[in-house]
Design a protein around this ligand. Sequence first.
Ligand SMILES: Nc1ncnc2c1ncn2[C@@H]1O[C@H](COP(=O)(O)OP(=O)(O)O)[C@@H](O)[C@H]1O
Ligand SMILES: [Mg+2]
Length: 229
Amino acid sequence: MITLKGIYKIYGDTGNEVIALNNINLSIESGEYVSIMGASGSGKSSLMHIMGLLDKPTQGEYVLDGVNTIDIKEKELSSVRNKYIGFVFQAFNLLPRTTVIDNVILPLVYRGENKDIAEKKALEILKKLGIDKRAYFKTNQISGGQQQRVAIARALAQEPTLILADEPTGNVDSKTTLEIIKILQDLNDEGHSIVIVTHEDDIGDRAKRKIRLKDGLLIEDKIIRQNRV
Ligand SMILES: Nc1ncnc2c1ncn2[C@@H]1O[C@H](COP(=O)(O)OP(=O)(O)O)[C@@H](O)[C@H]1O
Ligand SMILES: [Mg+2]
């Protein structure tokens, strides 16, 4: 589903370059659950941004579902992104002063779906994630854990091929962390492909495959026995 070949990401100008990704070669198949581990600054987010088509590599090839993404024009990138990828970020990134349900509906309407169908679909997903009772609350009136579930609902509404989660439990307490991890595990059991970035080993161990970055280098890539919630 995803193939990265010889990926480099270099920030900064000549003389003060930072090599955030140093010749990354990686393939991820449909249905996998992969954790990307590594210390702060090791390149995890840079890799995630490239996989999520939020940023282009300085060099290398990225094939997503048979499409060479390097050739995709800037103005077509967002529609490709919306079609394939659902994001969950550490900081939730929900629309403020907007209801929970509108956060889930708006991307669908933006994509051209009928408002009533989108609302029905959004409610179903919110129900599945156990937050339908908060559907008409503003996002600033719910807890951090609930906000992260809304963010996951928003990602799911787009029926993405791939869910990318960058430190999704970085801003929530340990009980909520387990709830979020359980949701990701259930989604993977249902067939969604998941890539999660974390610097915590006990969260990385919840995946089925563990990749480790160090100073932009991929230093470890192994299938693990999933520690299930
Ligand atoms: N926009 C940027 N401009 C310059 N340097 C950056 C930028 N983003 C990340 N970096 C640098 O690239 C390296 C990898 O960063 P990042 O991918 O955010 O790592 P991680 O997510 O593992 O903490 C770090 O040295 C970071 O300072
Ligand atoms: Mg990061």
